[in-house]
Design a protein around this ligand. Structure first.
Ligand code: HEC
Length: 100
């Protein structure tokens, strides 16, 4: 019994760590343009993404992926998100919305 509880605690810790790492890990490739904390205007043209609501960021990323939205430099962003799954986009949006 003690062993079982220990194992469950272990599993919970591992899955929490993985879920938390996801958005942060995905954001690693965005930092160069958007800044470590999301406060830079990427290539001098994007809006500051830090602190935007997750659902807005998610909608922006989906629009870039689908080619239905964005500004003059949308091709840059399309390349960034082209191969992402809806889950990855959600995790990223969630992570960015919480940047301080
Ligand atoms: C090579 C530089 C570059 C990288 C890397 C990059 N971006 Fe961007 N991002 C831009 C530019 C430029 C724009 C503005 C594009 C346009 O004209 O619509 C933009 C726009 C955005 C916007 C829309 C902002 C708004 O409110 O209008 C979001 C959200 C975003 N990027 C998220 C990301 C995420 C998440 C990543 C990492 C997966 C990422 N970007 C990686 C350059 C970059």
């Amino acid at each position: 019994m003690k062993k079982t509880i220990g194992f469950i605690v272990f599993l919970t810790a591992v899955s929490t760590a993985l879920a938390a790492a996801d958005g942060a890990a995905l954001y690693a490739k965005c930092k160069g343009c958007h800044g470590t904390d999301g406060s830079k205007k990427a290539l001098g043209v994007s809006e500051v993404i830090k602190g935007q609501p997750a659902k807005d960021i998610e909608a922006d990323l989906i629009a870039y992926q689908a080619g239905t939205g964005g500004g003059s430099k949308k091709a840059v962003m399309k390349a960034q998100v082209a191969k992402m799954t809806p889950e990855e986009i959600k995790a990223l949006a969630d992570y960015i919305s919480k940047l301080k």
